[in-house]
Ligand binder design. Structure first.
Ligand code: MGD
Ligand code: MGD
Ligand code: MO
Length: 771
């Protein structure tokens, strides 16, 4: 929110240019370079023996769950070598690193010095190795005992005027066991302030699917990909973010499926794939994946989906009974007449214009869909992070309902989750708006009255901290400062807290932009062996398709001073609640006891301890799979929503903030985005040639990016223009460098998700700073 000509480097935003190099944009993902690159990375960070041990157990039955993404493992055959991808291997390398940050590291490096480093430099420092405390006014973190840290946090929490002045964030790597205990502790303490990374991620999917279909999760299983006829992928870049999905697409394709990709960018993984786990892949033989690529305008999806449906209705008139599934519509859905009337009022040309696609392109999609009934639609952040995200996702559902493509094999909804246990965290009750059913169960089983008042989500909690209403910020994982919108404002909000606490594996910017006092609690990661009181423990996670399975780390922790997340919650709960709590927290230091209580509290976990020990785990119930819709009317709902666009000025461009190939969210592994041909620089803005021309910009020019929203100007300085095949009017930059431009009040309707893919900017030539 700065409008100064000379920006001073700030702790929350100190990054500098690193020197762009360009290569060719790739049209095929993975293959040999990916395997080599992942091996090198793991062995380099962890050493040969440690690294290979880690990779060997990654996603094996009985091994540990990959910390990188939530894509499921095959139920039956898993690769003989290992079931991982380049980015999974990198995530392991990050965790398995042999470098550690002990008290001496923090004695040598002040907070201010560390904050001046780039995210890439901070991330490569190593694993946090002991609890650290930053006293009020101190320049350096100092060691603190675990007991001392718990006492300090407990005291601060107990001195607050109300439990609602404390905020408890969760990122999505937290296991089911830790998440369940965490929400239990937070509710026993007295608040529902449980914002989580979902609020910035798939919240829009959860809201849309719950309202339309009665469950906030997707309906397909991995097996559905092998027998489907058409997969449509909107707003997702699987080659980078869910590489193992490409194997499923490849199998589906071998069985005859067609693939439609809807994306402003021709992402490498969508175009072609060479599977590094097969001999053909290792030899570099590629499969073309996408049959139809539709270079849509940012947020053109709703218009596109409406156009497709309108054409399908017209085709149905021409071939009655052959295009839409009237039986399914009559039996299982509500609202079709209103929906049909609404569609008929739409102007086909206006829809094309709003989508940025030609009628011919849309007709090609219709031709692929017309006579098919086994259709899967996948989506990720390219649909969820826009103002109208919930309605767009409901439009995805409309299309599937029209075709009768829910509740049958080879068909259904597939919101592809991000963090490896983000779905499980929600199942465990990490949510600021708990259902009455959950609260009732908690009361019955744990003999306290949980608070019913809704808590803050991510955006609300930033505003509360900024307004002085949120005073203690506690994070179970994640990197709140960098992941959230409006970086400058969020930094101010965190600095106003009396105490900020981070349970973390690695150093990140949220340790360096902090409250009056700050604490770092270093925890075990997925790959670490977890021994509590002499006994080896394991945890469990739920993947993107509702499979719950065990995860057991194998590597010796790099420090004796690490605790697991469940143990941290138990000990913090004891210190904070003391005699107030009737819950036996000590008992939970054996994780079977946690699972017993999950079974008593959360539906779908019958015989949890037994079933989680079965190789491959178990599926949670999902009514949609059987064609059951648990909405108030027991029907699936067609949704009617008007097309919505944001008002833009002539020289405005739409910006989406996306991930490069070398990052996991705010963790920057490296400075390359190999598939997009961008090397050694993250401060880039991808632009269409015509938009560059209009602004007299050349490839390589230095520009500032400016957002105006509700009378406030936000500026991100010094970005390099990269000419790229992106539709006119659209630009792309990397997250989190441009989060400073995402206004806190620019959120999706109903889900309150920051509109990270729909930020209006002006691109201005950078003027050299006055010195
Ligand atoms: N290696 C790696 N893996 C990851 C992550 C990571 O950072 N690194 N992050 C994890 C997490 S938490 C998540 S949520 C997922 C994220 O996975 P993705 O959603 O694939 O991640 P993004 O890079 O945000 O990509 C969004 C894609 O949507 C497209 N897009 C943007 N706007 C629009 C639009 O309006 N319409 C359409 N049709 N497309 C659009 C972009 O061009 C881009 O291809 O990945 C998970 N896996
Ligand atoms: N502009 C923009 N902003 C976005 C997005 C976007 O597309 N554009 N995407 C959004 C999305 S989809 C998401 S999910 C959020 C991500 O938001 P977060 O989940 O908050 O961020 P991460 O970068 O995944 O968090 C990384 C940190 O987690 C810690 N960590 C890693 N593993 C563990 C573990 O096992 N336990 C614990 N306790 N800590 C661990 C490490 O210390 C690491 O530094 O960002 C959101 N922000
Ligand atoms: Mo995410």
């Amino acid at each position: 929110m700065s409008d100064e000509a000379t920006p001073v480097p700030q702790a929350e935003n100190p990054e500098e240019l690193t020197g762009l190099k360009r290569g060719k944009i790739k049209t095929v993902a993975a293959g040999i370079p990916a395997v080599v690159s992942s091996m090198e990375k793991v062995i380099g960070e962890a050493g040969f023996a440690r690294g290979m041990k880690g990779l060997w157990q990654l996603n094996k039955k009985g091994g540990f769950d990959c910390p990188s993404c939530a894509w499921p493992d095959p139920d039956d055959e898993r690769s003989g070598v290992a079931e991982y991808c380049e980015n999974g291997a990198r995530a392991v390398a990050e965790e398995a690193t042999a470098k550690k940050l002990t008290a001496s590291f923090f004695a040598e490096n002040s907070v201010q010095d560390l904050a001046a480093l780039s995210d890439h430099e901070i991330g490569s420092k190593g694993r946090l190795a002991e609890p650290m405390f930053l006293p009020k006014g101190a320049t350096h973190y100092q060691p603190i005992s675990w007991e001392g840290a718990f006492q300090k946090i407990a005291q601060t929490l107990n001195q607050l005027a109300s439990p609602d002045e404390a905020i408890f964030y969760t990122s999505g790597r937290t296991s089911n066991e830790a998440a369940f205990l965490y929400q239990l502790f937070v509710r026993a303490y007295g608040t529902n302030n449980l914002p989580d990374c979902s609020n910035m991620c798939h919240e829009s999917s959860g809201v849309a699917l719950s309202e339309s279909l009665g469950i906030g999760k997707g309906s397909v299983t991995l097996g559905d990909f092998y027998e489907t006829e058409v997969v449509m992928i909107l707003g997702q870049n699987p080659g980078t973010n869910h590489p193992r999905m490409l194997t499923a697409l490849q199998k589906g394709k071998a069985n005859g499926a067609k693939i439609i990709s809807v994306n402003p960018l021709p992402e490498a993984g969508l175009m072609g794939f060479s599977n590094p786990q097969t001999v053909k892949g290792i030899l570099g033989i590629d499969t073309a994946l996408t049959d139809l690529f539709l270079p849509i305008k940012i947020n053109g999806d709703m218009a596109f989906l409406k156009a497709v449906q309108l054409l399908l209705l017209q085709e149905e008139q021409r071939e009655p009974g052959k295009v839409i599934d009237r039986d399914f519509i009559a039996k299982s859905t509500a609202g079709f007449n209103d929906f049909e009337n609404h569609l008929k009022e739409q102007n086909q040309e206006a829809l094309c214009r709003a989508s940025g696609l030609s009628l011919t392109q849309i007709r090609e999609a219709v031709a692929l869909l017309k006579h098919k009934t086994k259709i899967i639609i996948c989506w990720a952040m390219g649909l969820t992070q826009h103002k109208n995200a919930v309605d767009t996702i409901k439009e995805v559902v409309n299309l599937l309902l029209l075709k009768g493509s829910i509740g049958k094999p080879g068909a259904g909804t597939c919101p592809v989750r991000g963090h490896s246990n983000v779905q499980g965290d929600r199942t465990m009750g990490i949510v600021e708006t708990p259902s009455p059913a959950l609260l009732k169960k908690l009361e019955e089983n744990f003999h306290f009255t949980p608070p019913a008042k809704h808590g803050y989500d991510v955006v609300e909690c930033i505003k509360a901290m900024h307004a002085g209403k949120g005073k203690v910020f506690f994070a179970m994982g994640g990197n709140f400062l960098s992941a959230t919108p409006d970086t400058t404002l969020t930094a101010e909000a965190l600095r106003k807290c009396s105490l900020t606490v981070q349970v973390s594996t690695k150093l990140n910017r949220s340790h360096l932009v902090h409250g009056e006092e700050a604490i770092i609690l270093p925890c075990l990661g997925r790959s670490d062996e977890d021994v509590v009181k002499g006994e080896v423990q394991f945890v469990s996670c739920e993947n993107s398709m509702g499979v719950v399975q065990s995860s057991k780390g194998v590597l010796k922790p790099i420090s004796d001073h690490l605790l697991s997340e469940p143990v941290i919650v138990c000990r913090l709960a004891k210190a904070t609640l003391g005699a107030r709590s009737k819950i036996n927290w000590d008992r939970y230091e054996h994780y079977d006891a946690i699972r017993e209580d999950i079974e008593r509290t959360i539906p779908g976990f019958t015989n949890y301890n037994e079933r989680v020990r079965m190789p491959g785990g178990f599926y949670l119930p999902n009514g949609n799979r059987e064609g059951v819709f648990q909405t108030a009317s027991a029907k699936a709902h067609f949704n009617v929503a008007p097309l919505s666009t944001l008002p833009m000025e002539d020289d405005d461009l739409m910006m989406m903030t996306i991930r490069s190939h070398d990052q996991f969210n705010t963790t920057v592994y490296g400075l390359n985005d190999r598939y997009r041909g961008i090397y050694n620089e993250r401060r880039v803005v991808l632009m269409n040639e015509k938009d560059m021309h209009q602004r007299h910009l050349q490839d390589g020019d230095l520009v500032d990016l400016v957002n105006h929203f509700e009378g406030i100007e936000r500026v991100a300085h010094k970005f390099v223009v990269v000419k790229y095949p992106i539709p006119e009017g659209c630009t792309a930059t990397y997250f989190p460098e441009t989060n400073v431009l995402v206004p806190i009040n620019s959120v999706a309707d109903k889900s309150n998700t920051p509109t990270s893919k729909q930020v209006i900017i002006k691109v201005k030539k950078h003027v050299a700073e006055r010195s």
